[in-house]
Design a protein around this ligand. Structure first.
Ligand code: SF4
Length: 223
């Protein structure tokens, strides 16, 4: 199930790719890139456990096996592997299956990928990520995404003050279709954030998303 953003609640399958070019301090998928990190049970993440080399054909076959109408390609940062994943996306789109990328907005999408009709949920990171600005905000990439009808912009926010930072990016890059998503790894944390953010989001005519997967399963990993 897609848990957040414009397609929240839709039945889907996830393709989660390893590796990320950022290091957000609150990342909820550190097992895709943080080889110095440890799990809740104290076990260190190891590439040998977390990453599995697969051919494009094998990935496509596995995804088709889920028999769903939406595939979400996430990470890590999935656009870092966009040339390798392009044949997968092309095959899925040829079969009429919707494809969404979850991207941090720092890697430019190739025109060949855009031409497949895939959608992009672009989530630029704010200062609370702990990542220096020149790494998390790449102007030419955000300008390219802002020109795409198939792109929406989704910001993780914890408190109303974060919305000022979002507003500055929206103005600077002319971003449209803005979604605000609460930070939190538990239903309680998300509830607190939503109550703090909702009035200001409504006032700005932006969209507000919850995180359904956290409500349903907390921070538990799937398979
Ligand atoms: S960009 Fe996403 S995957 Fe990468 S560190 Fe930040 S939250 Fe994690």
């Amino acid at each position: 199930m897609q848990g957040e953003g414009p397609s929240a609640g839709r039945s889907c399958a996830f393709l989660r790719l390893g590796g990320c070019n950022l290091t957000c301090r609150w990342c909820d998928t550190p097992y895709t890139w943080d080889w110095q990190g440890v799990s809740d049970t104290g076990i260190a993440y190891r590439p040998v456990d977390e990453l599995h080399v697969m051919s494009a054909a094998e990935v496509t076959e596995r995804l088709l096996g889920f028999e769903v109408g939406l595939i979400v390609i996430s990470g890590g940062e999935p656009l870092s592997q966009q040339s390798r994943v392009l044949p997968v996306v092309a095959e899925l789109r040829d079969r009429g299956i919707a494809v969404e990328f979850e991207t941090n907005g720092t890697v430019s999408p190739e025109d060949s990928l855009i031409a497949t009709g895939a959608r992009f949920n672009v989530s630029p990171k704010l200062s609370h990520s702990g990542v220096v600005e020149h790494r998390r905000i790449v102007p030419e990439v955000l300008v390219k995404f802002a020109a795409q009808p198939a792109a929406e912009f989704k910001f993780v926010c914890g408190e109303a003050a974060d919305l000022e930072e979002v507003a500055a990016l929206v103005d600077r890059f002319g971003l449209k279709d803005v979604w605000i998503m609460p930070r939190g790894q538990s239903a309680e944390e998300i509830g607190v954030s939503i109550r703090e953010l909702a009035d200001a989001v409504v006032a700005r005519r932006w969209n507000l998303s919850t995180r359904l997967h956290v409500h349903a399963w907390g921070s538990e990993r799937g398979f």
